[in-house]
Design a protein around this ligand. Structure first.
Ligand code: ADP
Ligand code: MG
Length: 318
């Protein structure tokens, strides 16, 4: 299969088109419609085989996740996703792999009304780079920088499942609960929640590198600090009954990456409305702490003590 056959067969013919696309795959560049009074919100995330996913991850899941992580970035900005480009580097043209990869990618794209509008296809070590674009009303995007002292800190969903799943995979564990693997390989981006938060949140981030690190980004960007009540961090039922100690569970929730939940701050008086609107879209969320005047992110816990903060969170090049 030539590069052009791959593009036509697995991407051009299967890609769905929405109203923002004037020219999609096939020309030198895509031409996209932008409504007046809106701003473009653009993000890129790259997945490298063996770094961002284990080598034996299914091609469907690789396709799914390479878009899901990008959708999660737009969710954190409160943006409505519209289009994406795909830079795909493949060791070889394996048709079965491509078929499943494109199914994983494009089924999620269709679910979120995202059009694949272009990309690049090259040979080399397996690497998937998706760029995503979306829109938000002018001046309204959710940023990391708006949190103030005394704002409440909330997270959606539960934390730690993905990191637990990855740890079990790395230990070649025989029986890994399906819930962990679903969280690791098929995270559900909180796009609808992000849009609701446009009205309420003072700051927002998606949790890709662990709650501790990502909340630190909000604190730094906002010029304030935070206290996390560790005992209030939501753990899934599965993680609650896991054989790990409670400290180990909270360590995963604070430091493990790949959850793709939203962490956001609100004024205290917004809480009742946030709770009811999030409940209306079936997105669980709960308060886990408060922003503070003093800088830095501190952990407070009655039930667990020995969580080592310095080693929390994933970072490349260290
Ligand atoms: P050029 O040489 O002008 O950069 P290419 O030959 O690389 O163009 O690509 C031809 C068309 O196919 C372009 O519209 C490009 O955006 C699109 N394309 C290439 N690779 C992919 C891909 N993996 N997924 C989607 N579109 C792709
Ligand atoms: Mg060209």
């Amino acid at each position: 299969m030539s590069e052009f056959d791959i593009i036509r067969c697995y991407f051009k013919e299967k890609a769905h088109q929405n109203a923002a696309v004037r020219v999609g795959i096939g020309d030198d560049a895509a031409v996209l419609h932008v409504e007046p009074e809106t701003e473009l919100v653009v993000a890129t995330d790259t997945l490298v085989a063996g770094v961002h996913f284990p080598l034996n991850t299914s091609p469907f899941d690789i396709g799914y996740k390479s878009l899901a992580v990008n959708l999660s970035d737009l969710a954190a900005m409160g943006a409505t996703p519209q289009w994406m480009t795909l830079a795909l580097t493949l060791p070889r043209a394996d048709e079965d792999w491509l078929d499943k990869f494109s199914q994983g990618l494009l089924s999620l794209a269709e679910q979120f009304n995202v059009s694949l509008v272009g990309g690049d296809t090259t040979q080399g070590p397996l690497t998937i780079s998706v760029q995503i674009g979306g829109v938000v009303e002018k001046g309204k995007a959710l940023l990391r920088s708006g949190a103030q002292a005394d704002d409440l800190i909330l997270v959606t969903g539960t934390l730690g499942n993905a990191a637990r799943g990855l740890a079990l995979l790395q230990q070649s564990s025989k029986t890994i609960p399906a819930e962990y693997l679903t969280c690791l390989n098929r995270p559900v981006p909180r796009v609808a929640a992000g849009q609701i938060l446009l009205k309420h949140a003072t700051a927002c981030i998606d949790i890709s590198d662990g709650l501790y690190r990502d909340l630190s980004h909000i604190a730094e960007a906002s010029g304030v600090g935070a206290v996390i009540n560790v005992d209030d961090i939501p753990l899934s039922k599965q993680l609650q009954v896991d054989e790990l100690t409670l400290s180990e569970k909270y360590r995963l929730a604070l430091g493990g990456g790949d959850d793709y939940e939203l962490c956001f701050t609100i004024r205290e008086e917004s809480l009742p409305l946030v709770e009811t609107t999030m409940a209306a879209i079936n997105t669980p969320c709960c308060v886990i702490g408060k922003m503070t005047l003093a800088n830095g992110v501190k952990l407070h816990s009655i039930e667990t003590s020995e969580i080592i903060v310095d080693t929390l969170g994933y970072e490349h090049f260290t």
